[in-house]
Design a protein around this ligand. Sequence first.
Ligand SMILES: [Zn+2]
Ligand SMILES: [Zn+2]
Length: 266
Amino acid sequence: MHLLIEKFGLLSGWLLASTAIFLRYTLFAGLAFTLFYILKKKAFAWARIQEKHPRARIILSEVQHSAYTAFIFALMAVALYFLREAGYTQIYTDISTYGWGYFLLSFLLLVLLHDTYFYWMHRLLHHPKLFRIFHWVHHLSHNPTPWASLSFHPLEALAEVAIIPIAALLIPFHPLALLLLATWSLIWNVIGHLGYELFPKGFVHHPLLRWFNTSTHHNMHHQRSGCNYGLYFNFWDTWMGTNHPEYRNTFDQIKRRSRSSEMFDV
Ligand SMILES: [Zn+2]
Ligand SMILES: [Zn+2]
C-alpha cells in the first residue's frame, strides 16, 4: 500500500488496492465456483452439503457486496499507511530485522489473533440489535457459494478489518505477513462457503485435524445461525460450547453418502 500511495497518490492508490483485492477474490472464488458449480457439478454432487441449489439472485448479491467490501478493506490499508507514517505501527520492511523464524511466528500470531477476534466479533454481531445493522447481509445466503466469501454489509466489513490496525500497534510484522494472512483468510472463507464438503472422512474426529473448521461447519452456521461462529479453528466453539450438537454427525453423514450411491440430483 505504501508503494501504491507514494507512486499514484492517495485516491488512485486506494482504487488500485480495491481493484487488487476484488481481483484476488474473483480469482479464488471464481475458480472454486467454476469447478464445483459449473464444470464438475455432477462429479462432485456426492459432496454437496445442502440439496437445494443457491438462487442466482443471491449469488449476484454476494458478488455485489463483496465488491463493496474490497473498497472497505483497501480503506483499512490506507489507514494503516497513515498510522505507519505517524510512527504508531510496529510494521517493519526488512525481513532481516527479525529473521525468517520470526516472520513465520508473526504470521502464526496474526492467524491466532484474527481467529480469536473473529469468533468474538461474530458472536457479538449475532446480538439481535447488532445483527440488523451489521450482519444481515452476510446471512442473506442460507446456502452460500464461494462468492459469499466477502459478502458483508460495509459496516461489517469495517468491523472485520478493524483488528489489522490494532495488530499493527501490538505485533511487529512485515507487509508480506499481512498479505499472507489476507490470502489465507480468503482461502478459508472460500472453503467455508464452498457448499461442498471435501475434507476426508474422519477429519472431525482426528485428534489434531478436528481443531480445524470444515465447510460443513460454516455451512451449518448459514443454515441455522446461533451456532458454529468460528473462522479457521474450532477452539473457541469447543471451549464456549457453541458447536452445533449435530455438527460432527452431519459431517459423517455427508462422508457416508460419498461412499454409497446415494447422492443429490443435479
Ligand atoms: Zn453469522
Ligand atoms: Zn459465512
